[in-house]
Design a protein around this ligand. Structure first.
Ligand SMILES: Nc1ncnc2c1ncn2[C@@H]1O[C@H](COP(=O)(O)OP(=O)(O)OP(=O)(O)O)[C@@H](O)[C@H]1O
Length: 432
């Protein structure tokens, strides 16, 4: 891409003869690093003299379904992201529209690691739990970013779409599984609780099997895992609004047939009187109205006792984020793997016929190559996408609230030229 013709500037593209827009020339494309619901994500390096070799994550949005310009989803995300500035939330640094085909590219600060890789490293490679300081630091940073987003994006909360599916099933709050119609900040806190437990045990806490068709929020196996395996089934005494949830009424027999549970503390191997367990159980309170908020969680005793959490992702010591620096002198430094990069895929998602190779993103700046391997296919659910010790994507609630708030007050998303069809789509968004 560097020469405006070749997407990688290194001559190894499958698509070297396509016409590249001028803005692409400020980057060297390294390769594909991920794929989400809304498009592909690439690692690139800036080429400007002041910013030489700064790693950037470029997210290319899929075209809207009708092929009619930039999708309302993308516009919503940009509007939200432009307002966000927080040390624990990944930063949007640039927005580009390729006018030839109206494709949209968002450039973010690059997050070197993610929780999935850290957990996998401990589980599969080193066979050791993550140290308490790191768990606490990751959790604190996650809560700090989330608290910022929840402060910014408050009620009214976004009604869910028809099938209500918004969060990877393993991290989905019970009220959503039982058919709640609104996405709330309490939903995020449930997911944080699940992630906290997973950081402690290196295993997803509630690993239900998802039934995808027909689309339905009611996921019996997931509810089973929560009610039967870990927490016991909820009662209207403890959760009064439970009886109003559509699937509680409809499937009450099915749900209530389970009684036994081993106790959460046994599963996460925490003393029941510990501060860590107290915080975890408050994040996993069935009643969303009683569930601890991000602000309350940050004030919890767990974060006031030793080891105190490392709070800033951008303070690097021996080129590692502070959360990953061991707390005790003499404690072993863990060299976490950096994000794998598929150097064979270009911005069009076209895979070259060249042999597949992977660049350690951590070494990308110095140009080092590692051995050949491709980006692992993460077909199973993984820790909620909002998470990353360096990276946090806003919650869906935040996205949608931003869209509503922004549109209601007439905010233009950063002077972006609106392609055909976007204005009409905007109008539709404010109607729900
Ligand atoms: N700023 C970033 N730095 C490093 N990697 C990133 C960054 N943004 C995204 N990625 C990688 O790209 C993947 C896809 O990101 P994307 O934001 O498109 O989707 P997601 O949030 O993972 O999932 P979904 O959008 O489906 O909820 C991520 O899982 C991550 O591996």
């Amino acid at each position: 891409m560097g020469d405006g013709n070749n997407p990688r500037g290194g001559g190894n593209s499958a698509n070297s003869n396509s016409n590249r827009p001028e803005w692409l020339q400020q980057y060297d494309l390294i390769g594909k690093i991920g794929e989400g619901t809304y498009g592909l994500v690439f690692l690139a390096r800036t080429k400007s003299p002041s910013n030489r070799c700064k790693s950037i994550a470029i997210k290319k949005f899929k075209q809207s379904k009708d092929g009619d310009g930039v999708s309302p989803t993308a516009i919503r995300e940009i509007m939200l992201l432009r307002e966000i500035s927080h040390e624990n939330v990944v930063k949007l640094v640039n927005v580009h529209i390729n006018h030839a085909d109206m494709s949209l590219y968002l450039a973010f600060d690059y997050a070197e690691h993610d929780l999935y890789e850290i957990i996998r490293h401990h589980r599969d490679k080193v066979n050791n739990p993550i140290n308490h300081y790191t768990v606490k630091s990751l959790l604190w940073q996650l809560l700090n970013g989330l608290n910022y987003l929840h402060r910014i994006y408050q009620a009214p909360l976004k009604p869910l779409g028809d099938n209500g599916v918004v969060v990877t099933i393993w991290y989905r709050a019970p009220e959503l599984l039982l058919g709640a119609k609104h996405y709330t900040s309490a939903v995020d806190m449930w997911a944080v609780g699940c992630i906290f437990a997973e950081l402690l045990t290196l295993k997803p806490l509630f690993q239900g099997a998802e039934v995808k068709a027909p689309p339905n929020p009611f996921q019996l196996d997931q509810l089973d895992k929560i009610f039967k395996v870990i927490l016991g089934h909820p009662t209207p005494e403890k959760w009064p609004t439970l009886v109003n949830l559509p699937h509680w009424q409809a499937d009450v027999q099915n749900i209530q047939s389970h009684n036994e549970n081993p106790g959460l503390y046994n599963v996460v191997h925490l003393p029941p009187k510990s501060a860590a367990y107290d915080l975890l159980s408050k994040m996993l309170d069935y009643d969303p109205r009683k569930r601890i908020t991000a602000a309350q969680a940050l004030e919890h005793e767990y974060f006031r006792i030793e080891p105190l959490p490392g709070r800033k992702y951008h303070v690097y010591v021996t080129s590692m984020p502070s959360a990953l620096v061991p707390s005790q002198p003499g404690e072993k430094v863990v060299n976490y793997p950096t994000r794998p990069v598929d150097t064979t895929t270009d911005f069009e998602g076209t895979t070259s016929l060249q042999s597949s190779q992977s660049v350690s993103s951590g070494n990308a700046v110095s140009g080092n190559m590692t051995g050949a391997h491709v980006v692992p296919n993460r077909s199973v659910p993984r820790p909620m996408p909002v998470v990353g010790m360096q990276r946090m994507q806003p919650s869906m609630a935040a996205y949608n609230l931003s869209a509503q708030a922004g549109l209601a007050s007439g905010i233009n998303p950063g002077g972006i030229q609106m392609p055909r069809g976007v204005a009409a789509a905007h109008q539709q968004q404010v109607l729900f």
